[in-house]
Design a binder for this molecule. Structure first.
Ligand code: FES
Length: 281
């Protein structure tokens, strides 16, 4: 029997870099133009390649959009991402995807939402924030708790501040920005961990849905806090980072026990993975 392989799974689209803007000392914002709209869901990722160097999974940071543009934030954390940071507008990259399950926005509609993010977790979570803001009238409330190490590490500062101000005039939105420490830099948010404000939120365990994205150490403490507030596992979504290689369920690099993260994830409802020893080691 012949096995038919869909070539589009492995064939990148050619994307032109329109803009590269430094955001922090380690992260740069990339705006790409694709030949076709990506039609992605919030929380999905693409496999991004610089030809002759390599390919890596990169989160999509913009909400669903109808044009051919794609926004990403890339941290300089290795040889490929370093090579990406040296590129210039007008140059070409390869894009495969979108891959992964992402968030099912329709299943979130009608629920109060709490989004908890740490550090680079804001990058994929911003795609959900934008998707929710575009349909805000369908959500009773949107609370965002966003933490990072120092003020110099904060991503999307102006956007988050603008949302914070919007929330002051609009009872639906609440934004709490935190840093672990100020390092004597100017800072207009709070100092502390993202777990701290959970105690002050008014949560309805029967209706509130919570989504988490951040460094692995954050999940354990946030999940404990949510449990103490009575939020059931099936009302929590976790965005897990794994080493992706093929992105399409063929290589096994992203396996979490028997679950394939690149296909079933990287966004999981927590009750799906809570029992898996490799999910949150
Ligand atoms: S990255 Fe290859 S199976 Fe998931």
């Amino acid at each position: 029997m012949n096995t038919v392989i869909d070539p589009t799974l492995y064939l990148p689209q050619l994307a032109r870099i329109l803009e590269i803007t430094p955001m922090t000392a380690r992260e740069k914002f990339f705006l790409l133009e694709l030949p076709h709209p990506l039609n992605h869901r919030p929380g999905q990722f693409v496999m991004l390649s610089r030809f002759g160097v390599g390919e890596a999974p990169i989160s999509i940071t913009c909400g669903p959009r109808n044009d051919n543009l794609l926004e990403m934030v890339i941290r300089d954390a290795g040889s490929l991402t370093h090579a990406l940071h040296t590129m210039k507008p007008g140059q070409t990259l390869g894009v495969r995807g979108p891959f992964g399950s992402g968030f099912d926005l329709e299943s979130l509609v009608g629920h109060p939402l709490v989004l908890l993010v740490g550090g680079l977790g804001l990058v994929p979570m911003r795609s959900l924030i934008q998707a929710v803001l575009a349909r805000l009238e369908q959500f009773p409330s949107l609370t965002i708790i966003s933490g990072c190490r120092t003020p110099a590490d904060e991503l999307y500062r102006e956007e988050m501040r603008a949302l914070e101000r919007l929330g002051e005039n609009n009872g639906k939105i609440r934004v709490i920005r935190l840093v672990d420490r100020t390092d004597h830099l100017p800072w207009d948010g709070r100092v502390g961990l993202v777990t701290a404000p959970i105690a002050e939120l008014s949560l309805d365990p029967a209706r509130t849905l919570v989504a988490l994205c951040g460094p692995p150490v954050m999940y354990k403490f946030v999940l404990l806090e949510l449990k103490s507030r009575g939020i059931p596992d099936d009302h929590i979504f976790v965005d897990l980072e794994r080493r992706m290689k093929c992105g399409v369920g063929k290589c096994g690099h992203c396996q979490i026990n028997q679950v394939t993260c690149c296909q079933e994830g990287p966004v999981f409802r927590y009750d799906r993975i809570a029992h898996l020893p490799e999910a949150l080691p």
